[in-house]
Design a protein around this ligand. Structure first.
Ligand code: FAD
Length: 469
């Protein structure tokens, strides 16, 4: 008689989720000598490639191209952008599909038998069952199941009129009028991209702040810049209803019809159905097992968590780092070692970009401001706006953080991250060469202001320069 028992697998490390975090965890665990299984319900490509970083940046870049044409007259070049929405969306998908194909190639390159397609759930601390009944026993498990968009109830009822990041890039056309619900970093990037492409965009945000920007001065500059191309309602409760073949959004102060709505009200870890109750873990407010951020270990179990699934720092490089830490510790369990974590670092790809590096300002922080509204290179580029707010500590002016908005800030943020991680002071940075005319030299007034404030020496070439100059 045929044995109909579903197959049972054993391994050293089972990883649930083949996204950026899971792939990193699997790679590291295997290179550490562990027998690995990488379980994913779809193997459709990472969130980054399919519905995240890459398609959003493709759309953002299309919007910037349209804006560049609109700004061309400033250089004596007359042009009007004619935006062909169908071709814009076609290119987004075409290029996205290339990125997706590259991530899928990564799956193909896995050693035979490592990839297992199925939806996993825990049946014990390190025992899993897949949706087709196959079972897995592992010495250790890494949870890397990612996150999903939160869609509040009234929007769910609107069906096809509502988009999230999971559907919007598959639209064939640009809408004429788009409501964006939620002004977090992801919502703002897409809202501004659509606005730059000629879509009438209105953003509704329940809170008073946008983009998670904690520096009030940079925050206000971001709001000012965004309002140049779209309407931004802050501190309002928007409620939707279907109407005139579209969606009518009503709020305290008005109501307006839109062709579609983009819901961008945050993301939550994908842990539902994972059977975490079978593991006996204590869960935090997000429903995430309580874990150590330096080891990624959940309690003292042979279970580790990484990437968006842990609801902390939901950005790609962190998913990759956390996967690496989790995979290594899972392979070496019970020898679990803490790893140093990078400084907080986010970039929002608005135009111009916003970036935050290091720690927020404290009450006793020294703040040096480098304005870019009169900065040489920024003026050359006809993009003179924004500022960098540099935070430093007393007594020597060591940099601790920075928040910025302005041209090229996605690059400048990397320099500042490096400087903060290396323990540089305002003085030591001013000792480095700055080429002229560059956006980088725009940092000098802020650095000099810090030196002035903490009475730190200026390098000889900066002596005699008034602070702020
Ligand atoms: C619109 C958007 C733009 C973004 N832009 C940026 C950016 O510019 N820069 C940046 O750094 N970050 C950006 N991010 C964030 C970044 O994409 C994520 O932080 C990162 O992709 C998370 O990777 P992950 O491995 O945790 O999850 P994922 O890549 O989502 O992988 C999780 C995998 O687990 C699978 N899975 C889930 N549950 C199960 C189960 N029970 N069994 C089996 N498999 C399961 C899923 O199908 C999926 O394949 C953006 C995100 C979005 C949404």
């Amino acid at each position: 008689m045929a044995d109909n028992t579903p197959p049972h697998f054993t391994c050293d490390v089972a990883i649930i989720g083949a996204g950026t975090a899971g792939l990193a965890a699997e790679r590291v665990a295997r290179s550490d000598g562990a027998r690995t299984l990488l379980i994913d319900d779809r193997f459709a490509g990472t969130t980054c490639a399919t519905v995240g970083c890459m398609p959003s940046k493709l759309l953002v870049t299309a919007g910037m191209a349209a804006q560049a044409v609109r700004r061309a007259h400033l250089f004596g070049i007359d042009a009007t952008p004619h935006v062909d929405g169908t071709r814009v969306m076609q290119r987004v998908r075409q290029e996205r599909d290339r990125f997706v194909a590259a991530t899928k190639k990564g799956f193909d390159d896995l050693p035979e038998g490592v990839a297992i397609k199925g939806c996993a759930r825990f049946t014990g601390p390190t025992a899993l069952t897949l949706d087709d009944g196959r079972t897995v026993s592992a010495r250790a498990v890494v949870i890397a199941t990612g996150s999903k968009p939160i869609v509040p109830e009234p929007y769910r009822a609107l069906g096809d009129l509502v988009d999230t990041n999971e559907t919007i890039f598959d639209r064939d056309e640009l809408p004429r009028a788009l409501a964006v619900i939620g002004a977090g970093a992801l919502g703002l990037e897409l809202a501004q991209a659509f606005a730059s492409l000629g879509v009438e965009v209105v953003v509704f945000e329940r809170g008073e702040r946008v983009g998670g920007v904690h520096d009030p001065v940079v925050h206000d500059e971001l709001v000012r810049i965004l309002r140049q191309c779209m309407t931004l309602h802050l501190g309002v409760d928007a409620s939707p209803s279907p109407g005139n073949g579209g969606v009518v959004i009503s709020w305290d102060g008005g109501s307006k019809r839109f062709d579609r709505v983009l819901v961008s009200t945050g993301r939550e870890p994908k842990l539902e159905g994972l059977g975490l109750n079978q593991t006996g873990f204590a869960l935090n407010d997000h429903g995430v097992p309580v874990y150590d951020k330096r080891t990624m270990q959940c309690g003292d179990a042979a279970v580790f968590i990484a990437g968006d699934a842990d609801a902390d720092r939901p950005v790609l490089h962190e998913a990759s780092d956390e996967g690496t830490i989790a995979g290594r510790n899972a392979a070496r369990f019970p020898k679990v070692e803490p790893a140093a974590r990078d400084l907080p670092f986010t970039i929002t790809f608005t135009d111009p970009p916003v970036a935050m590096v290091g720690e927020p300002a404290r009450e006793d922080s020294v703040i040096g401001c480098a304005p870019y509204d009169d900065q040489g290179r920024a003026k050359v580029m006809a993009q003179a706006e924004g500022m960098v707010r540099l935070y430093a500590s007393k007594p020597d002016g060591q940099l601790t953080g920075a928040v910025m908005i302005g041209p090229g800030m996605d690059h400048i943020a990397h320099l500042l991250a490096l400087a903060i991680m290396r323990g540089e002071t305002a003085t030591s940075l001013l000792e480095l060469p700055f080429y002229h005319p560059t956006l980088e030299e725009g940092l000098k007034p802020g650095l000099r202001a810090i030196c002035h404030e903490v009475h730190a020496p200026l390098p000889p070439r900066d002596q005699g320069t008034p602070p702020g100059a």
